[in-house]
Design a protein around this ligand. Structure first.
Ligand code: AHR
Length: 632
């Protein structure tokens, strides 16, 4: 029997309660959400021809029978390299691009194929582009006539008449001579919000469907970099796409079992686009910045305290970029990018997953400078890796002592840990810092195992744990699963919320748990108890309850983690519940079952529950997550 008290607890569910955490890991941005389909489009990788090949060119010969490519570099520029292509025999010279684990093309969709080209010498009259399927069959051809001298932009629209998941692009040339080429690019026209050269619509829609309260970006360890030189620097990610300086991705060759030496950041999805995305979702933007410490799992390189100012200045300038007037230095840049209105940034995170006294010192220096100029900006501090981490307790004590506003906790742990920790926040000090559960995911095998699965057991344990987050909304005000995306052929880390390939994507059971919470967050916490105690795992039952004052609903979330069905009787007090309720059920008879590209077998099922007057008895199936929605 669960007692539901309708009397207000006076505890609000913050609109930021369920958010998303975006990191360019597992090809989430380049090769993923960012819709560019050509890998290394401007020859900027450390090996400038990575992604490109010239199958008919014998590199050790004089190449008289074909042609060859040179890379020309100008180190003064952010877009340093371009390709000089010398065609000696146009029957034989070919330049191929492999795409991001192939190029996904959809039948009947329109794509923009574009490049920059300087016609240097000779009589090359056209660039011919051919797309080939996995069997080498030509599926689409276009020929782009060239203008005379000077650098010019070229763009044509193409429409494939078949669907191919892993196409390749072959470029040939009509005539012999020399051309310079840069920014060789292919984008679908139908992008998220129709923004030209923007983001993939279907993948972003999956995020929008979660109804996130915030978007945390751009990581993760990606923020920190393996070295300080490789840290994420937001100023290099704004402005013209062609001028955004490439950077090796921290997850390049992320783990020994997933070698991905071709992982770079083009920053086509940069800080402006992240702010825009948060705005599209009606969510708060939550940027995380380097605190002057490289990833402590790698080099742990430290900026001396005396040299921290440029890092702090980056944070101050970011706030100006987001919120400053169009007359301010950085606000002007935002306006020039097409957003004169401020983004109304409210939060900033300092450091990702840092720990120890070095972090505390740096955090305090950032805090002092930010609060002096922007007292209303809320600052998020980090408590380091999982709760078992070496410095977790130390970090918390220090941050509490210094009255930090919000502390970011990360935990990747077993399903069992998640079930057992549904009461984790029951004992947290209500007067201390608020909690941002910024990264969490149940691991079916162990942390960083390539065998981890997004199975029903992991999702069920997260649903149970999240009843505990919700019950403790007084202290937990922001939460996000991690990581968000993974390309089926290009990942470094599993489990992940959404899996995709070059054509399709699917939501994991964990995705549907997040979606159910995000779509049923409510506005006010209600008290639900069993024998006067929080329902957090006694007899495998977990529950939380909220009222949604906007839609006038009472929403009860229940997890039955037992192997048998349970009869749950609801006893409302100081509240009248309607005689029927919407029941949303997420379950699977097999704890090991998973969704996949062919079928999302674990998906919410909605039905109407008719209840007998005065008797609210609900059958909760074994191993299931159930939401009951009553009219209030
Ligand atoms: O989510 C994957 C990684 O896990 C994040 O980059 C990091 O913050 C954590 O260690």
């Amino acid at each position: 029997v669960l007692d539901l008290d309708g009397k207000s607890t006076n505890i609000k569910i913050q609109p930021t309660m369920y958010g998303v955490f975006f990191e360019d890991i597992n090809q989430a941005a380049d090769g993923g959400v960012y819709a560019e389909l050509i890998k290394n489009r401007s020859f900027e990788f450390n090996e400038p021809l990575m992604g490109w090949s010239q199958p008919k060119t014998q590199t050790l010969s004089e190449n008289k029978d074909s042609g060859y490519i040179n890379i020309i570099s100008d180190y003064q520029k952010s877009n340093r390299n371009y390709a000089r292509i010398t065609v000696l025999n146009d029957k034989n010279y070919e330049l191929w691009n492999e795409g991001f684990r192939g190029i996904g093309l959809k039948k009947g969709e329109k794509y923009d194929f574009s490049f920059q080209l300087e016609n240097v010498s000779g009589d090359i009259s056209a660039v011919n582009a051919v797309w080939l399927d996995e069997n080498g069959k030509e599926i689409l051809t276009t020929s782009v006539p060239l203008k005379s001298k000077g650098w010019n932009n070229y763009e044509v629209s193409i429409t494939p008449n078949s669907t191919v998941q892993k196409a390749k692009l072959k470029l040939t040339f009509s005539g012999v001579g020399v051309v310079n080429m840069d920014m060789i690019s292919l984008f679908p026209q139908d992008t998220w919000k129709g923004r030209k050269k923007g983001l993939k619509k279907d993948l972003v829609q999956k995020l929008a469907d979660l109804k996130p309260g915030f978007v945390r970006f751009p990581g993760g360890c990606l923020v920190e970099g393996r070295t300080l030189a490789e840290r994420y620097q937001w100023k290099k990610t704004i402005g013209n796409f062609a001028d955004r300086e490439y950077l090796i991705n921290k997850w390049n060759n992320g783990f020994a079992h997933r070698l991905t030496p071709d992982y770079y950041q083009s920053f086509g999805l940069g800080f402006f686009e992240y702010f825009q995305l948060a705005e599209d979702f009606g969510a708060e933007a939550l940027p995380i910045l380097s605190c002057g410490m490289a990833c402590q799992f790698n080099t742990g390189e430290l900026v001396p305290m005396g040299e921290l100012n440029p890092y702090i200045q980056d944070a101050l300038d970011l706030i100006e970029f987001a919120n400053g007037s169009v007359n301010s230095t950085w606000g002007k840049k935002r306006a020039e990018m097409g957003h004169p209105k401020p983004f109304n940034l409210k939060y900033i995170g300092i450091g990702n997953e840092q720990w120890g006294p070095d972090y505390i010192k740096r955090h305090l220096a950032f805090e002092k400078a930010i609060k002096a100029k922007y007292p209303d900006i809320k600052i998020i501090a980090t408590s380091g890796p999982s709760p078992d981490g070496e410095y977790f307790e130390y970090g918390w004590q220090e941050l509490k002592k210094h009255k930090a506003e919000l502390v970011d906790e990360h935990y990747y742990n077993s399903p069992d840990w998640f079930f057992k920790n549904a009461n984790r926040y029951d004992s947290y000090d209500r007067k201390g810092p608020k909690v941002f559960a910024g990264e969490y995911a149940a691991q079916s095998v162990k942390v960083v195992s390539p065998d981890n699965k997004n199975n029903w057991l992991t999702a069920l344990s997260e649903a149970a744990f999240m009843t505990g987050l919700e019950r403790n909304a007084e202290v937990v005000t922001m939460t996000s699963y991690a990581p968000l995306f993974a390309h089926a052929d290009g990942w470094q880390w599993t489990p992940d919320l959404i899996w995709f390939n070059n054509l399709e994507s699917y939501g994991t059971p964990n995705y549907y748990v997040q979606k159910l919470y995000g779509n049923n967050a409510g506005t006010d916490l209600l008290k639900i108890t069993e024998n006067a105690k929080p329902v957090s795992g006694q007899s495998d039952l977990f529950a939380s309850a909220v009222e949604d004052k906007k839609s006038k609903k009472i929403i009860i979330k229940i997890v039955n983690a037992a192997q048998e069905n349970m009869q749950v009787k609801l006893k409302p007090k100081s509240i009248k519940l309607s005689d029927s309720a919407e029941q949303i059920l997420l379950t699977s008879p097999d704890l090991k079952s998973e969704n996949n590209f062919d079928k999302e077998i674990i998906k919410p099922q909605s039905s109407v529950l008719k209840l007998k007057k005065g008797d609210i008895s609900v059958d909760i199936p074994a191993n299931s997550f159930v939401i009951l929605k009553f009219d209030s």
